[in-house]
Design a protein. Structure first.
Length: 95
């Protein structure tokens, strides 16, 4: 991975984390990390790692499971305006 791709992957992973946390915390009733882990079939640590951008590579399957658990389209987790032109490349990088 070249430096541009590495930086883009880092930015995308960070944005995914921010989006997941924002959506999770905005749910009514509030959804805790533990509840999201249970609903998605992921561990609490996995949810924490996604939300805090611990890994620069977030599996699309992980994002899909989180989106389904939160009842939102996957694009609401992945896409942020600054990445909208690079969605295909971003998706490729996070797999």
């Amino acid at each position: 991975m070249d430096p541009y791709e590495k930086e883009l992957a880092r930015q995308v992973a960070a944005q995914i984390g921010k989006n997941v946390k924002s959506i999770r915390e905005s749910k009514s009733p509030f959804v805790s990390m533990e509840q999201l882990a249970e609903l998605s079939g992921l561990s609490r640590q996995s949810i924490h790692n996604v939300e805090h951008g611990v890994s620069h590579r977030v599996a699309v399957d992980t994002v899909a499971r989180i989106a389904k658990a939160l009842s939102v389209p996957i694009t609401s987790i992945i896409v942020e305006e600054e990445f909208s032109g690079d969605v295909a490349k971003a998706l490729d990088l996070i797999q």
